[in-house]
Design a protein around this ligand. Structure first.
Ligand SMILES: Cc1cn([C@H]2C[C@H](O)[C@@H](COP(=O)(O)O)O2)c(=O)[nH]c1=O
Length: 136
């Protein structure tokens, strides 16, 4: 059984995250203040992320939070943890400024270019589509 979790990272909430204890069989303590939300992704009783079976779809763990709330740091820690457990993990970050669309977003975010607010939101969406082969 594979579970995913969505964690809201916030500067104002205090917690100790218990991540997927039953299915992934590990516990992670986050140094920053986070609030765990929502759990289940998929039910396949023969599938455990611990054994990294090819037929498993894996778990998608999403960290959301305000700018500068520590999402990137916590993601890096999670990836390190998984790698230490011998579990393959990929870190995806959005916006991904390395792609063609990401470069346009980066220019917008650094005030190097001006874009309509609605147009930039479409670019954020397109930026995720650019990474679909990693995600699916
Ligand atoms: C991923 C994403 C980021 N953003 C904003 C939030 C941040 O201010 C900025 C990304 O900053 P960052 O690269 O330092 O994380 O882009 C959106 O407005 N929409 C989105 O979908």
């Amino acid at each position: 059984m594979i579970y995913g979790t969505c964690i809201i990272a916030s500067k104002s909430l205090s917690f100790k995250a218990l991540l997927l204890r039953n299915s992934l069989n590990f516990q992670v303590n986050f140094s920053s203040k986070c609030f765990p939300r929502q759990i289940r992704m998929e039910s396949n009783l023969n599938c455990s992320i611990e054994v990294n079976k090819k037929e498993c779809r894996g778990a998608l763990i999403v960290l959301e939070g305000l700018d500068r709330s520590g999402k990137s740091s916590q993601c890096s820690r999670l990836v390190s943890y998984f790698e230490g457990q011998g579990i393959h993990a990929e870190l995806l970050r959005f916006p991904d400024r390395t792609t063609n669309v990401g470069k346009m977003i980066s220019a917008y975010l650094t005030n190097a270019s001006q874009l309509d607010d609605r147009a930039i939101q479409h670019l954020f969406s397109a930026n995720r589509w650019e990474k679909r082969f990693v995600c699916f």
